[in-house]
Design a protein around this ligand. Structure first.
Ligand code: M6R
Length: 595
């Protein structure tokens, strides 16, 4: 979703901004732009499409050493040049980039901007025009900036240039991710530390309703009331090479291939000095003190949460509810006496999940975030963090983060209970099985050719844990190949959806759960009798003649780690076959930072 970069310092800024924006591309965007503070005023360059398109129109030789940049994921107004950022005030004095959603922009327009001709359809332009109107009555830009932000309701991460004050870069944050950084000869701002690792690894987190005044050699953080705040920087422990895709054609393929390594890293990270799997004692204590666990998540993370529910109930005896974060905020169930909230979020920035975190914290409930990004908003704002150790996931389609989530949930539940399971051994076996499956890519390509070449829809069915993996398989296929896909509990098809089965409709059935394997095979017979092109993916020990693919055997509770792999690969090859942009599917963003 939208990304911001900004730099004030000694280096020529154009390439710093373009490189930074490239690092934010993975978040998803549909237009991009930069603004350069030059001695002839602020110059703006913007373009619909990719950073590569922007690069063609910018002034590469500009001597400017201060500037801001933006990648836009359209919310208000279509993705075109006019609506892309940066936006400028009527006179051109102020230039601003913004992430988030301004809820009262129409009202602000009515109350303050009746005489201003708007140049775009965005909520963002209202902020910059409002700042200019307020500046007509107030000499200090800092005071004007703060005043404007007290009038604005909604989420924002903002970087702004004032043509009359070329030595300051103005920054503000509320409910949208933003960091400031300290380089040896510069100060920077970015939505994500990765974007500015090129100049520094020293960052300072910002809290909601804070503004920052960045100068070449200093920065000042303050509240909207003007109260100054001191906060120490931290070192972002990221490795630039984690962000490169090397010889891989797509990040998604690279990230799928990393999955065995991720499981092994997790085993290491969660082993104590005696080599036993465990989690931080304080987190263990929080789980044990709860009478009910509420898992809150979205998308793929929600699917991992459904599996986590089984783990916590079966291995730890803790009752669990799993909720979609965007629904939970206004549809909160009656809570138990001692609830514990577990947020599952790869990015740690998902606005839907964060709004729940804010609400339950205000109610005084304990919170844990399971995330891949230490220092992300949800990680910082929760009482505790469980890390995924999956290294940056760049492809929009989540793959390695999902297996990492399932593995860490298994370890956490295991640590809370007293299971006789040798989880460490079983996770190592699962890592090896994932490797075997990743080595079967040719087979997956063949399955795609046989089933998905000329289809407009597909179904994934399973029972028990296989049902949850079916949901994930369907999500993966639709998000990157745009084939309409649905995941179903095998028994539920006949209650309506079987009406959609026609001659040749692809149905993928998972059969890894011994107790329900005969039942899912029965469901396959039902759809085959109605013309479906069904493929059974079973597990060694449960296989039968005619199964399309047999997965290497793993412990039954860990099957979601391996049964998802063929489904990821099938989605990948289906997307390739259709010529889709695998890593950056249309309309999607990696970090979904608006509610
Ligand atoms: O960063 P999060 O895990 O909170 O993101 C939640 C979803 O947006 C995410 O899992 C999404 O569904 C993936 N792109 C699916 O591959």
């Amino acid at each position: 979703m939208c990304g911001i970069v900004g730099y004030i310092g000694e280096q020529q800024v154009t390439n710093v901004l373009l490189n930074g924006l490239q690092k934010l591309e993975y978040r998803g965007y549909d237009s991009a732009g930069i603004a350069l503070q030059t001695n002839k005023g602020v110059q703006v360059f913007k373009e619909k499409g990719r950073i590569a398109d922007l690069t063609k129109v910018v002034d590469q030789d500009s001597p400017a050493t201060t500037g801001i940049g933006h990648t836009r994921w359209a919310t208000h107004g279509v993705p075109d040049r006019k609506n892309s950022h940066p936006h400028q005030s009527q006179s051109g004095r102020f230039t601003l980039v913004h992430n988030g959603v301004i809820e009262n922009y129409l009202q602000l327009q009515r109350d303050y901007l009746q005489d201003v001709e708007m140049k775009s359809d965005t909520d963002t332009e209202v902020i910059v025009q409002l700042i200019e109107q307020l500046s007509l009555e107030e000499a200090s830009t800092e005071v004007t900036f703060r005043k404007a932000l007290t009038l604005v309701h909604g989420s924002y991460a903002i970087a702004m240039l004032d043509e009359r004050d070329p030595n300051t870069l103005y920054v503000a944050k509320n409910r949208s991710p933003l960091l400031v950084g300290i380089g040896s000869d510069c100060r920077v701002v970015a939505s994500d530390a990765m974007a500015m690792l090129q100049v520094t690894d020293q960052f300072i987190e910002l809290h909601d309703e804070e503004i920052v005044l960045l100068k070449k050699n200093s920065l000042e953080i303050c509240t909207l009331d003007g109260e100054r705040i001191e906060r120490a920087p931290y070192t972002a422990e990221l490795d630039q090479s984690d962000l490169e895709k090397g010889t891989y054609p797509h990040y998604m393929l690279k990230e799928m291939d990393e999955q065995p390594t991720v499981i092994r890293k997790i085993i290491d990270a969660y082993s104590n000095e005696n080599g036993e799997l465990t989690i931080d004692p304080q987190i263990l204590q929080a789980f044990r003190a709860a009478d009910r666990l509420y898992i809150i998540a979205a998308g793929t993370s929600y699917h991992a949460g459904l599996i986590g529910k089984q783990y916590f109930e079966k291995l730890a005896g803790i009752p669990v509810e799993v909720h979609i974060s965007s629904e939970f905020g206004y549809n909160m169930p009656l809570l138990s006496e001692k609830p514990l909230f577990l947020f599952i979020t790869q990015s740690g920035e998902t606005a839907d999940s964060r709004q729940v975190l804010v609400k339950v914290k205000a109610l005084g409930y304990p919170t844990i975030t399971l995330t891949n990004v230490q220092g992300s908003t949800l990680s910082r704002e929760s009482d505790h963090t469980l890390l995924l150790y999956a290294d940056p996931e760049i492809a929009v389609a989540s793959t390695k983060a999902y297996v990492a989530q399932v593995a860490v949930l298994a370890i956490s539940a295991y640590a809370c209970g007293q299971s006789s399971l040798d989880l460490k051994k079983e996770l190592s076996i699962a890592a090896n099985s994932i490797q075997t499956l990743l080595d079967s890519k040719e087979e997956m390509k063949k399955i795609v050719e046989e089933t998905l070449t000329a289809t407009h829809n597909a179904f994934f069915i399973g029972r028990n844990l296989d049902f949850y993996v079916s949901l994930e398989g369907a999500l993966k296929l639709k998000e990157i190949s745009y084939i309409q896909a649905e995941g179903f509990a095998g028994g539920e098809l006949k209650h309506g959806t079987i009406a959609l089965i026609e001659e040749g409709t692809p149905v993928f059935a998972l059969a890894t759960q011994s107790e329900v394997s005969p039942n899912i095979r029965g469901n396959v017979k039902e759809v085959t009798a109605r013309g479906a092109n069904a493929s059974i993916l079973s597990m060694e020990g449960l296989e039968e003649e005619g199964d399309r693919f047999v997965l290497p055997c793993v412990h039954e509770i860990l099957t979601p780690l391996v049964s998802v792999i063929p489904l990821q690969l099938i989605s990948y090859y289906a997307a390739l076959q259709r010529g889709c942009d695998v890593d950056k599917p249309r309309n999607l963003a990696k970090s979904v930072t608006v509610e």
